[in-house]
Design a protein around this ligand. Structure first.
Ligand code: UD1
Length: 429
């Protein structure tokens, strides 16, 4: 499947943002730790979530889809702690099932995670955390195995700020016998959301959203009803869409506080950004100013917005420097943008982007999820037709991306062959 688009229309109007994928993945894992019904609302209908639900279903959790965005899970009849299938191997967050099952059953076996190919992505900090609370871990035959006679709780100092390790240790430690302290914890909104959800199930977690998280283990977690926070990165992507296409977009159903790093960069680039209670309006300008940016853990500028920023800088005045400090291999989209006439030089973890007058349509391939979305934004801002192939990456994390963009006036379609692409070209003229 590909997206084909004709660039040039400014994105304009309102778009409703879905639930946060990365929070949802942790929350689905947390839900299996109870033996009662757990109702989860505002679940995004994206591929990664559906893979996670399949994995959860495959171990015996009762999964009842109430509607597209609401699910009821019941983990009272889990029959195995062995989680493996070809899809879970391709995603990252399957590893949350290690923390969840280890906490609940003191044993878990989960396929070594894949995920977007944006760097080496080790999981040593997760394993260090599990060891600190009393588990023994090993990697055998492509599976991560975690085992504990007793989970005692303990003190974990993370060597680097890791969202995944923070959430994973939080999950397991919630049902440990003792107290756990996670230092140098990640502060991302989805870490806080998973902690809130666990607390609503009876966990005792304090300090989520700060560097130090304290968890007092409890004996059991009970059922709950929980609604997932809006997706910061989906919202940020549409905000950058407004900037790139010189449009006027209001992202709705969001938490403006989560968007501060993104909003402030857009303002620095000359956009008008207006905050409301649960929405933000971004008005583009004829020519963006360039800026420098370094990706950092929250509340810094998110690495998951780095490619969208890269695309925007291509059409800005002057030269901007991007420093990627989280993942070493996150500039794969640069060679694609170059096909559109962009001027970007990459040197290690730095990209130097010199703005050009215009981008022109080209045939592109999405290298990963966020880069794929950034290429679509570039295509919508470019002259002529652009195709973006390998959109299964984009579908991992964006719900109805093309439909939401069409709602804002974009000319974009999903096509499966060249005949359909040709039809689009003729129609779009
Ligand atoms: C999560 C997000 C991803 C986002 C990233 C950073 C999910 C499913 N994915 O990924 O979209 O880009 O946060 O905001 O939520 N590291 C180690 N050892 C570890 C763990 C991490 O060296 O055990 C390194 C990583 O290679 C990376 C950095 O720490 O350089 C941050 O990684 P981490 O925050 O763990 O990212 P993920 O949880 O995988």
């Amino acid at each position: 499947m590909k997206y084909i688009m004709k660039g040039g229309n400014p994105l304009a109007g309102e778009v409703v943002i879905s639930g946060a994928k990365n929070a949802a993945l942790g929350i689905l894992a947390a839900a299996v730790m109870a033996d009662d019904d757990v109702v989860i609302d505002n679940l995004p209908d994206v591929r990664d979530i559906n893979v996670m639900l399949d994995a959860i279903d495959s171990i015996g959790v009762l999964v009842k889809r109430v509607n597209r965005h609401k699910v009821i899970l019941n983990g009272s009849n889990i029959r195995t702690v062995h989680v493996d299938n070809e899809f879970i191997r391709r995603m990252r967050a399957g590893y949350y099932l290690i923390g969840a099952l280890l906490g609940k059953y003191r044993h878990a076996e989960v396929a070594v995670p894949g995920g977007c190919n944006i760097g080496s992505r080790p999981i040593d900090q997760h394993l260090k955390g599990f060891a600190a609370i009393g588990a023994h871990t090993s990697v055998e035959y492509g599976m991560i195995i975690a085992d504990a006679k007793r989970l005692t709780g303990g003190h974990v100092y993370l060597d680097m700020v890791s969202v995944g390790a923070t959430i994973n240790v939080m999950l397991a430690a919630s049902l440990a016998e003792g107290r756990t302290i996670i230092e140098n914890a990640a502060k991302e909104p989805h870490v806080v959301d998973v902690a809130n959800m666990l607390n609503s199930m009876g966990a005792d977690i304090k300090g989520a959203g700060t560097d130090v998280i304290r968890i007092r283990g409890v004996q059991r977690l009970h059922g709950t009803e929980y609604s997932i926070i809006p997706d910061q990165i989906e919202a940020g992507t549409f905000m950058f869409g407004a900037a790139l296409t010189r449009g006027d977009v209001t992202v709705k159903n969001i938490i403006p506080k989560h968007m501060e790093a993104i909003s402030s960069k857009l303002m620095e680039m000359g956009c008008e950004v207006v905050e409301f209670d649960d929405s933000i309006r971004v008005v583009g300008r004829p020519r963006l100013h360039s800026c420098n940016v370094k990706t950092l853990p929250y509340p810094g500028f998110p690495t998951d917005m780095q490619p969208q920023m890269g695309a925007a800088l291509c059409l800005a005045d002057g030269t901007g420097i991007i420093t990627e400090s989280i993942y070493e291999d996150r500039f794969k989209y640069v060679s694609e943008l170059t096909k559109m006439g962009a001027q970007i030089k990459v040197e290690g973890d730095v990209a130097v982007v010199t703005g050009v007058e215009r981008l022109t349509g080209a045939e592109l391939v999405a290298p990963d999820l966020r880069a794929g979305a950034a290429l679509v934004l570039a295509g919508l801002a470019a002259d002529g037709f652009t195709t973006v192939d390998e959109i299964q990456y984009i579908q991992r994390g964006y719900e109805e991306f093309d439909k939401k963009l069409r709602g804002l006036g974009a000319e974009i379609e999903m096509v499966s062959d060249s005949r359909e692409a040709q039809k689009f070209r003729l129609k779009a003229g």
